[in-house]
Design a protein around this ligand. Structure first.
Ligand code: HEM
Length: 184
């Protein structure tokens, strides 16, 4: 697959957001939803690339997919800080302390920021062991998005199920497959 095609596909949620935001009743809430859902779905896709490599090998695109997950998380954060908080830092601190789900979002965002910064070839060689924290982000953002809802919808249940599957594959590969290969 050509890199540019994947790049344009990953930009589709942004184009969709730009094309539809004017007609939203509550644009700030709408931007939270579009950017938040894009970030979490693309993050899950980036984590599914390794387990699916025998079916379709997209390993060489994994970094770009991960960076797009960060990009949408960044837009989500900008929506919070610029449009929702109107650059009022005290409001950001208050919301973070008052609402545990915002706190979880902040922790996840900081970890994603660290991973984006250390994703260059040189820094990745040094910091790759910390990139396992992406599984922590996955759990935290799933709790974050579920807590942001008054009632859980089938989408949140689908996220929870996807997290269980992705973590299950990871644990299976690390412990069960490793044990089997040690015995051989
Ligand atoms: C920078 C820190 C973050 C802040 C301040 C934040 C803030 C928020 C807020 C206020 C909402 C509720 C919007 C509403 O319905 O009124 C929300 C929802 C959500 N956030 Fe975040 N968030 C952060 C980080 C993240 C990250 C890193 C992700 C994903 C990687 C994420 C994914 C989501 C999702 C999926 C929703 C639910 C969207 C929906 O179904 O409407 N958030 N966030």
């Amino acid at each position: 697959m050509k890199k540019i095609i994947l790049f344009l596909v990953l930009l589709l949620p942004l184009f969709y957001l730009l094309a539809t935001v004017q007609s939203a009743n509550d644009p700030i809430k709408y931007i939270f939803t579009c950017t938040g859902l894009s970030a979490i779905v693309i993050l899950m896709i980036s984590l599914a690339i390794a387990p699916l490599k025998k079916v379709i090998n997209l390993l060489k695109y994994r970094r770009m997919v991960g960076l797009f997950a960060f990009f949408y998380a960044f837009l989500h954060f900008i929506n919070f800080y610029v449009l929702d908080a109107e650059l009022d830092f005290a409001f950001v601190i208050k919301e973070t302390l008052d609402k545990p789900f915002v706190y979880l979002g902040m922790i996840s965002f900081v970890i994603l920021l660290f991973m984006a910064i250390t994703s260059t070839k040189k820094l990745f060689a040094k910091f790759n062991k910390y990139h396992k924290a992406v599984y922590l982000v996955l759990i935290l953002v799933t709790i974050h998005s579920s807590m942001a809802q008054k009632v859980l919808s089938s989408l949140e249940y689908a996220f929870i199920l996807s997290v269980i599957v992705l973590l299950g594959i990871r644990v299976y590969k690390k412990y069960v497959m490793k044990e089997t290969s040690n015995k051989i």
